[in-house]
Design a protein. Structure first.
Length: 277
């Protein structure tokens, strides 16, 4: 329904006409574009499937399918592993993180809990860990902690992406109590979150460029890659890399030196506590 209101008659190649009471397409117009009856399209809005007429992108189309499966009481295809809902990762994944020494890397689940990092990742998310949560959560940090407004130079864009990732996860795993609790908490505590949540936007977080302002080393510009963990569905392996010989590369060297002096550095602590303590 939100996407129907987003598409204008002109975008769909239809005459707008007069006395329109809706900002976008009428149900009858979408039904005509999708070559289905109005009655069938009404069922679509309650959970059946048709997306071409609404000009959905790939992430929105996948989200619609997830919602339809849930509405029809079908099992969600993308099952989440136990690891995606817990506060730890397999030793092999931690070892893979620790092998990355030149840039920040982390593993998070769909509700944006940070489950593990390498040394630079722990240093990069210093203010996130300073919140003192048992399992650090990027969404909670973005909307609750004041330092996030400076950590993300374009905070509004970062907030949009964060909510879109959570909305996508809600479609994939509609029975995740931890996700429901997080959404309820953020909706209660933050108007900015509640407004964005109501927009029903979704997004895939695969690759791109991000800008940050770190409290210790200043401005950072990264290219990021998000890799799905095949063995543990629901986990994403994120790696932030910098252009060679760039100011960010120099800043990462400084960040590494600073991180090595901290009490949470992996050479001083063992195991999961080294990354979450």
């Amino acid at each position: 329904m939100t996407r129907r209101s987003r598409v204008t008659p002109q975008q769909a190649g239809l005459a707008a006409g007069a006395n329109r009471r809706v900002p976008g397409l009428r149900r009858a117009e979408v039904a005509m574009l999708a070559d289905v009856s109005v009655e069938y399209y009404s069922r679509v809005e309650r959970g059946a499937l048709a997306a071409r007429a609404l000009q959905l992108d790939e992430a929105e189309r996948s989200h619609l399918f997830d919602l339809a499966r849930a509405a029809n009481n079908r099992s969600v295809v993308q099952r989440r592993s136990r690891a995606s809902r817990s506060g730890s990762v397999r030793p092999g994944l931690q070892a893979a993180l620790d092998a990355i020494t030149a840039c920040p890397a982390l593993i998070r689940n769909g509700r944006m809990d940070v489950l593990a990092t390498n040394l630079l990742g722990r240093a990069f998310y210093h203010d996130l860990y300073a919140m003192g949560d048992g399992v650090p959560n990027i969404a909670r940090y973005t909307f609750i902690d004041d330092t996030a407004r400076s950590f993300y130079p374009d905070w509004a864009a970062a907030a949009d992406v964060t909510v879109a990732i959570l909305r996508t996860e809600a479609g994939r795993d509609p029975h995740d109590k931890g996700l429901h609790d997080l959404i309820g908490e953020l909706s209660t505590r933050c108007d900015d979150f509640r407004t964005r949540w109501g927009a029903h936007n979704v997004r895939r977080h695969g690759s791109g460029v991000k800008h940050f302002h770190h409290p210790v080393v200043g401005d950072l510009t990264f290219t990021y890659e998000g890799l799905e963990v095949t063995e543990d569905p629901g986990l994403q392996f994120l790696i932030y890399t910098a252009e060679p010989a760039s100011p960010t590369t120099d800043a990462l060297r400084l960040l590494g030196s600073w991180a090595a002096s901290q009490s949470w550095s992996p050479h001083l602590l063992d195991g999961h506590a080294a990354h979450n303590g």
